[in-house]
Design a protein around this ligand. Structure first.
Ligand code: FAQ
Length: 343
């Protein structure tokens, strides 16, 4: 998927090497020219590719956002993965396995996209495993019932799509291209969640109560997923100026609320917000206050499942060491065989 991005001339330093990431020692005039080319590409809604010059701060913000996004996809496999062995039918189990596998794939595309910026996967994983890197707050809450799996599909994937569709137009080519496929898959994830909830809502009173309970527990966490309010979002201004983000956190949150209220009506559930009402003047739904203290507690490592999630990822990485070693040994053997045959 990213091969065209790696298509740089022989003289260029290999991506991921110190030479690739070191700022080029421009003369003042050269630097101004490179910056003008970059600014013009952004202004014309063009794409920046890995081999193009880019300001260090642009590179840094992309590595931060894309790697956090990749970590979210990988950690995001855990809450739903918890239900694979307990899915209520073979059909639901097959769907859930496929969905969780898709999330793993999204993480891998995204790590590849971040690697094109000169940061190694080992570095990114180390940042995650040592708690230096963030991942989405939403994956630090427990999945207590089967209805949680449907609600994650409907609301968490729904929120993820709302945030990620504009990222298909992100100014950084490899990220934008990765997001096209991710969004197509997330859209299936959202629909399977909604469909599974529709079935439960046509079932028994106990099933309906289970769905309502799951909606009550996840609704506010999904609204917080879009990130802090615009006034408290330090990265938004530059992200918007550089065409990385196309909408602010609050704009995307509002779009999500507006799209979800009619879906909740069709489903027959109540969204747990007494202040949720249509505002004729604004042409949007008003909604109540989000608990930002709880959000920051969770982002800073003190949510209900943070420690468990991180410990699971660290263990999975350690348990997979032999696979990585075997793959490397196989690659070395193959390279030696190819070299021998070529000689
Ligand atoms: N959780 O200045 P802003 C998914 C941090 S994928 C944790 O507004 P920005 C698929 C933020 O990093 C879900 N931290 O930051 C799936 C920053 O900290 P830093 C993930 C958060 O970057 C579904 C600080 O707060 N999606 O769900 C959160 O401009 C189902 C200040 O914030 C993406 O990553 C949060 N919710 O905007 C998988 C999409 N929000 O880095 C499995 C790409 C904010 O300065 C099952 N990312 N923070 O230390 C983005 O669009 C942006 O990065 C935002 C944050 C919107 C998340």
């Amino acid at each position: 998927m990213y091969t065209q991005s790696f298509s740089v001339g022989d003289a260029a330093p290999a991506l991921g090497t110190a030479a690739a990431t070191r700022p080029i020692p421009f003369t003042g005039e050269e630097e101004a020219r490179k910056l003008a080319t970059f600014d013009a590409a952004i202004a014309n809604d063009g794409r920046i590719e890995p081999q193009d010059w880019m300001p260090d701060a642009y590179r840094k913000t992309l590595v931060r956002q894309i790697s956090q996004h990749a970590h979210s996809e990988i950690v995001g496999m855990l809450p739903e993965g918890n239900w694979i062995s307990r899915a209520p039918s073979l059909k639901r189990k097959a769907i859930l396995i496929a969905k969780v596998q898709d999330e793993g794939g999204h993480g891998l595309y995204l790590y590849s996209a971040a690697e094109t910026l000169g940061t190694s996967r080992e570095q990114m994983l180390d940042d995650l495993h040592t708690g230096r890197a963030k991942y989405s707050s939403i994956f630090n809450y427990p999945t207590l019932s089967w209805a949680d799996v449907g609600v994650i599909g409907w609301l968490v994937d729904g929120a993820a799509i709302m945030n990620q569709i504009p990222l298909c137009r992100c100014s950084y080519g490899p990220y934008a291209r990765a997001m096209v496929r991710v969004c197509k898959e997330e859209s299936f994830h959202q629909r399977q969640g909604y469909e599974s909830l529709l079935v439960m809502m046509q079932g028994t009173d106990a099933q309906r109560a289970m769905v309502q309970d799951a909606v009550n527990r996840w609704w506010w966490k999904c609204l917080a997923m879009f990130g802090p309010p615009d006034a408290d979002s330090p990265n938004s201004a530059l992200g918007m100026r550089w065409g990385i983000k196309r909408f602010t956190n609050d704009d995307l949150r509002q779009k999500f609320v507006d799209a979800t209220v009619p879906q909740a009506k069709v489903l027959g559930v109540t969204l747990p917000d007494p202040d949720l009402k249509w505002n004729e003047e604004r042409g949007h739904y008003d909604y109540g206050a989000i608990d930002w203290d709880e959000f920051w507690q969770t982002v800073n490592g003190n949510g209900p499942c943070n420690k468990e999630r991180l410990a699971t990822r660290v263990k999975a990485h350690a348990d997979g060491a032999w696979v990585r070693e075997a793959a490397l040994a196989h690659a070395r053997k193959q390279a030696a065989r190819n070299a021998k045959e070529a000689a």
